[in-house]
Design a protein. Structure first.
Length: 319
């Protein structure tokens, strides 16, 4: 290699080091979580298309985990990422995997008894639980303004998603709140694991364990049907559902490593907004005035919370 090539290589390394350091400190975590929210917004829309094309829910869930394993394994091989994890983390990874499965089960079971909008409102209140746990563990300090943003977020979700006149089922509420508990503890526990072994390895094991459990359940219960899509549109929808699902979680935990689980959780609540915009573009759905009001209330609450969090981070390194 010539002196010129050596100089260019050193310059490139210096520039990359400076850029990554600057981006990590200021924007990288926020950018990763926002991209994660955009990716996750594709999940419900692609799932709806896949189900409309004849795909069974059981096959959709299995394919989601299978695609995760198939996508992450070669990535880890190419990046020379080690699969081995410390022994003490194995039970925690298994617990996080079952919490993720519990969240999925509770979500799809709850919508059998409650309006899907009400279920989503309950589940999307998970940042409050994450923030409270972090606060009581003295990992962060939440002030009154941030608490106000949380309730403003709930109001926005209620305004945007909830439909008046729907019946409320007590059992459905219990299942929804069980899913919320799974969601909160999954985020809290998985974030700490990802900080240690990396988001890619964590999500690989979550997908592998989830796939094993789902296939076991399907084999033991003959009544569960596995209907695969027969159209190109359905196949593409299943593939995109799995790809965007795993990308969203990998990027989320990578972002959470830089900005913390609380800020990442709050930013993740942008997902309903991206999902609504995608539904307009892909499915031709339109938002009512009430839904647009909720849309901008959610957006405002997330932006204000992020501004407050950034201001606190400038004053202390504990947030």
């Amino acid at each position: 290699m010539s002196d010129k090539d050596n100089a260019l290589a050193k310059l490139k390394i210096c520039l990359e080091s400076w850029l990554m350091q600057y981006v990590q400190q200021k924007y990288l975590g926020v950018i990763l979580v926002i991209i994660s929210s955009i990716c996750f917004a594709f999940v419900p829309n692609s799932a709806k298309i896949a189900l409309d094309e004849g795909t069974s829910l059981s096959f959709l869930l299995v394919s989601r985990y299978a695609i995760g394993v198939a996508l992450l394994l070669p990535i880890m091989f190419l990046t020379k990422t080690k699969l081995a994890v410390p022994n003490y983390l194995a039970p925690r990874i298994i617990k996080a995997s079952f919490l993720a499965l519990g969240l999925i089960w509770a979500t799809y079971h709850a919508v059998e008894f409650l309006d899907v909008g009400l279920v989503l409102i309950i589940l999307y209140s998970f940042p409050i639980g994450v923030a409270l746990i972090s606060h009581f563990k003295k990992e962060i300090l939440i002030n009154f303004q941030q608490i106000a943003c949380m309730f403003l977020l709930l109001f926005g979700l209620w305004t945007m998603i909830y439909e008046e006149g729907v019946s409320v089922n007590l059992y459905g509420l219990v299942i929804s709140f069980a899913g919320l508990i799974c969601f909160i503890f999954f985020i809290v526990s998985a974030s700490k694991i990802a900080d240690t072994i990396g988001s890619t390895v964590l999500n690989f094991y979550i997908c592998l364990i989830g796939l094993s459990v789902l296939l076991t359940v399907i084999l033991l219960h003959s009544g569960i049907t596995m209907s695969v899509p027969t159209t190109l549109k359905g196949i593409l929808a299943v593939a995109s559902n799995g790809v965007f699902f795993i990308l969203s979680w990998v990027l989320y935990f990578k972002g959470a490593k830089f900005i913390g689980a609380t800020r990442a959780s709050f930013l993740a609540c942008l997902e309903p907004l991206f999902a609504a915009l995608l539904a307009i573009l892909l499915l031709g759905q339109l938002l009512s005035i009430k839904e647009w009001v909720g849309f901008f209330v959610i957006l405002s609450s997330v932006l204000i919370f992020e501004i407050l969090s950034d201001a606190k981070r400038n004053n202390t390194t504990n947030f």
